[in-house]
Design a protein around this ligand. Structure first.
Ligand SMILES: Nc1ncnc2c1ncn2[C@@H]1O[C@H](COP(=O)(O)OP(=O)(O)OP(=O)(O)O)[C@@H](O)[C@H]1O
Ligand SMILES: [Mg+2]
Length: 250
């Protein structure tokens, strides 16, 4: 499973049509965990949504398994690359309906055991499956949306701040589940997060977005140890200040 991103760009559709980001080039030639970091509004979600084929780029393209995106049936693409949204969207119906939807959509048998196992691993075993999904808490919705995507067993998971609204215990469970999944199955994770510690522990590679481009594509340790760009240094310093402040407040 390979992904090649070539000269990818997305415009902000305003009166002045400026680029949110442009000329993004990167390739993934083997299973990995990539952390996407960058300030709010840099286009991290937009990039993930393009990779998940929920949004069209305004320039450039993406190759999956050496085949250009427009040559792929979008549904076949989304079975391989699944996007888990920043704001979890519940489908109509019960928790169980939500769990079953992806199987129905992709004409696959529903794996009840896999669903129960995943729910349990994310501390959701107590949830009543007949409950309307819209009545779940924010963190429960987030985890259900994650389970829904995991049920697809995609080659690539696009994770958009999927641990942001979780308590510490659930957050650690989700991180463990995802990293284990990568090790056991070779699933590639492309993981947007504002949690620097999470990125540092989980990821192998960092894509850092700044100045309307992919400013750095660096091995994880190297990024945190010796970032190349001024923007990344500032970004990490700000992050460290926040971490230090929350230590003090504790
Ligand atoms: N559908 C859209 N139409 C117009 N503008 C959009 C749309 N989606 C996003 N944008 C704009 O594009 C910019 C980047 O948004 P995006 O959500 O990709 O940022 P982000 O890096 O994920 O930020 P955050 O860290 O806050 O989630 C923002 O200024 C946003 O207002
Ligand atoms: Mg975002």
């Amino acid at each position: 499973m390979t992904i090649q991103i070539e000269a990818l760009g997305k415009q902000i559709h305003s009166s002045t049509s400026t680029w949110l980001f442009r000329d993004v080039n990167a390739s993934i030639m083997e299973p990995t965990i990539i952390g996407i970091l960058g300030k709010s509004g840099q286009g991290k979600s937009t990039l993930l949504r393009i990779l998940g084929r929920l949004l069209q780029p305004d320039a450039g393209t993406v190759f999956l398994e050496k085949k250009e995106m427009s040559l792929w049936d979008p549904r076949a693409w989304r079975m391989k690359i699944s996007y888990v949204a920043q704001q979890a969207v519940m489908l109509p119906g019960s928790v169980e309906d939500n769990l079953r939807t992806v199987s129905t959509l992709h004409q696959r048998p529903f794996d009840m055991k896999l669903a129960s196992d995943l729910m349990e691993q994310l501390y959701m075993e107590e949830i009543d499956w007949s409950k309307p999904a819209t009545q779940l808490s924010g963190g429960e919705k987030q985890r259900l949306a994650l389970v829904r995507s995991l049920m697809l067993q995609p080659s690539v998971l696009l994770l958009d701040e999927v641990t942001a609204s979780l308590d510490t215990k659930s957050k650690q469970a989700a991180e463990r589940l995802l990293v284990d999944l990568h090790h056991q199955t070779g699933t590639t994770l492309i993981w947007v997060t504002h949690d620097l510690e999470e990125a540092r522990v989980a990821c192998k590679r960092i894509w850092f977005m700044a100045n309307h481009q992919l400013a750095e594509d660096t091995e994880c340790e190297a990024f945190f140890h010796s970032p190349q760009s001024v923007e990344a240094r500032e970004f990490l310093q700000d992050g460290n200040v926040h971490a230090a402040l929350s230590e003090v407040q504790r």
